[in-house]
Design a protein around this ligand. Structure first.
Ligand code: SIN
Length: 346
């Protein structure tokens, strides 16, 4: 045997052994961990067109055929839950999706759930599921920035990373995770911060870390819909038309994506103050991704006006927390404590 051949034989053995230890991580009887994949669409299921691509076109069966190595790590099965671009994701899908994840994990057959999903609103679905799934087994959303038929598609390597992560024992007892750019992020901190990069997610610092389990979050099994909550974006010389429209339409809550430290211009502040007095729940968040919005040390008297400061939550995550909170209470003090400390062991 030449040195080169010996080295290659050693390398293959090392790869084989490390693969074997990966794939056997969570087994007690020599069988592979069982992972259920719920497919919802996104660019990971995208197909190229003359001008670019369409998200949510390719079936999960076809996507999985492009990553044959996955079956070394887990026994996989799958379902096509929907096939949409995640810009069309909404609470009419989130509610049944959360119920389905709870059902799959509770049946006892599966060790983890993977959800293929578009990257545009992945952080919102992850955050929603983190507040509504009551089982500590891993739940990982996985997406891609290039469509499934691109020569250099990133979906296959992200899927591989997501499956490898899902079968590791230390993935249990975490928050819902997102897998993009070959990396893993947790629901509370993750946000998409780049429209094109293959690694489009960053993390903010969070006020609370809330692994999903039996004692955390909200119980949605009996819910068919969520209270309507809108988001208003703040800007220089901002108009009050959008805020007024939400309030007049009877929205139960409005999140203000304020400028700077969650600030509203004078007209918006007056209007939001009146709306809060009349029962619309107003949350002050910020269009700035870092730093958070707090009552202490800010310019707005939240106590007097009856507003809620979003803490570290972005406007889109604040909207989700507020919708879920409003299914259980309208008490401003209680909702404030959810924003400040999370929702645990109520
Ligand atoms: C989508 O979010 O469905 C489209 C964009 C993407 O997946 O990157």
């Amino acid at each position: 045997m030449t040195h080169k051949f010996k080295f290659l034989a050693f390398l293959s053995l090392a790869v084989l052994l490390s693969t074997a230890s990966w794939s056997r991580e969570k087994t007690y009887d020599g069988s592979l961990p069982k992972v259920h994949i719920i497919a919802t669409g996104g660019t990971i299921a995208g197909a190229s067109t003359d001008i670019g691509y369409d998200a949510g076109k390719v079936s999960i069966e076809t996507i999985l055929q492009a990553v044959p190595g996955l079956t070394q790590y887990a026994e996989l099965d799958y379902e096509q839950f929907c096939n949409i671009g995640s810009q069309d994701m909404n609470e009419q899908i989130w509610l049944p999706l959360a119920k389905r994840v709870n059902q799959v994990l509770a049946c006892g057959h599966y060790d983890a759930v993977l959800i293929t999903h578009g990257t545009d609103t992945m952080e919102e679905t992850a955050f929603f599921l983190n507040l509504t799934v009551h089982n500590p087994k891993p739940v990982i959303l996985v997406g891609a920035m290039r469509p499934s038929d691109a020569v250099d598609a990133d979906g296959p390597s992200n899927l591989l990373k997501a499956v490898q992560t899902a079968v590791k024992p230390d993935a249990v007892g975490k928050e819902v995770m997102c897998c993009l750019g070959g990396r893993i992020y947790e629901a509370g901190a993750a946000f998409k911060n780049d429209t094109h990069s293959l690694d489009p997610v960053s993390e903010t610092s969070v006020d609370w870390y809330l692994p999903h389990n039996a004692a955390t979050g909200f119980f949605i099994e009996d819910l068919q819909e969520l209270p309507e909550v809108g988001i208003v974006y703040g800007y220089g010389s901002g108009s009050t038309t959008a805020l007024e429209a939400f309030v007049n339409a009877g929205y139960k809550g409005v999140v203000f994506a304020g400028v700077g430290d969650g600030n509203l211009n004078r007209a918006a502040l007056d209007l939001a103050g009146r709306a809060a007095k009349n029962g619309t729940v107003i949350v002050r968040s910020s269009r700035i991704p870092y730093g958070g919005v707090y009552t202490e040390g800010g310019e707005v008297d939240d106590e007097r006006l009856g507003f809620i400061a979003s803490g570290s939550l972005s406007p889109q995550k604040s909207r989700i927390l507020l919708m879920l909170a409003l299914t259980t209470t309208r008490d401003i003090g209680t909702i404030r404590s959810y924003f400040r400390h999370g929702v645990s062991e109520r």
